[in-house]
Design a protein around this ligand. Sequence first.
Ligand code: NPG
Length: 383
Amino acid sequence: MTAITIDSIRLHRVAMPLVEPLRTSFGLEAVRPVVLAEMRAGERVGWGECVAGEGPGYSYETIGTAQHILTHYLIPKLVGQTVSSAAEARRLMAGVRGHPNAKAALEGAIWDLLAQARGVALADLLWERYPLTKPRRDRVLVGVSIGIQPTIDATLAIIEKRLAEGYGRIKLKIQPGWDVELAAAVRSAYPDICLMLDANSAYTLDDADHLAKLDRFNLLMLEQPLGHDDIYEHSKLQPRLQTPICLDESIHHANDVRLALELKACRIINLKPPRVGGLDEACAVHKVCYDEGVPLWIGGMLETGIGRAQNLAIASLPGVTLPSDLSATNRYYAPDITEPPFVLNREDSTIAVPSGVGIGVEVQQDRIATFAGRWNDYFPAWM
Ligand code: NPG
């Protein structure tokens, strides 16, 4: 087995202005604070990305807590160690409870280094993690996520633009007061598009009858309607809806998927590698869905090219059967910190999986320096 010895880990904090801010039920994201992990092993450099947000709105972690945990607890556990798998690195970090986004940043860099040491693409290394009989794909099906807009007309205009660009699946963010009427308007304008809604935990079980009104819109799924840490109440909601529920925030490891399936709390799983602590657990979640035939897709956290390359790699696995939240680079950052940009294949709403070794994209150090220099313009010193 190929092993790597971790010589050093350096964190870079970069302020990444979004081409288009995203409004969700938990807030508005316009400039994303991102921490990148640069891991050196001999001549090689591996990269990981921490996607924790500015505030604890999507998860309890913030980019501030992640820096604290990374600097004082996780990095000291890894520097100087020799590992031959990401699972070994996870064992080294196991003394730290929780903090999945922080751990995922380091694990991502380790996967990149291990793939480079083997001379293979990250997607191939992920495919080898568990026995899978089906091959991986070279292109992954993608869709686009549209935030909460000021008006329904504004939403329809953006949908029109995205469809014209070639996105084959539209996801709309909803919240109480911005749901049934919106879905009705979109369906009457576009009776046949592949449409799904994402509530980011904005409802309670008391809203079950209201949510059932969404059934008539032939939605691909309704994502995370109830509590961010709930599985039980979703199991009470799903039988009252025809629309398949997809769990996102509630899924932290493969056993959460097993539990959700046993309780029939959802019919679809959203997998975000950072939310489950990294690509290793992501492979475990993928394996459960693959074996059980549960529809699965990869969620996005507005990643830079580093995290996006990793998401494309896992999205290439054969158990990922629905379009993933992975848009082209030009929708997120101009420029991004990696080259080449990811482009949408308009003819089939896909993006190609990087085929080079490791994450398969080139990190631009000069751009990291530029975006690092803007950190203080946007974020307080204590972050
Ligand atoms: O394309 O990367 C993307 C964004 C997809 O809507 C998206 N992500 O709730 O899933 C989500 C949402 C999100 C964005 C969540 C940023 C947390 C942070």
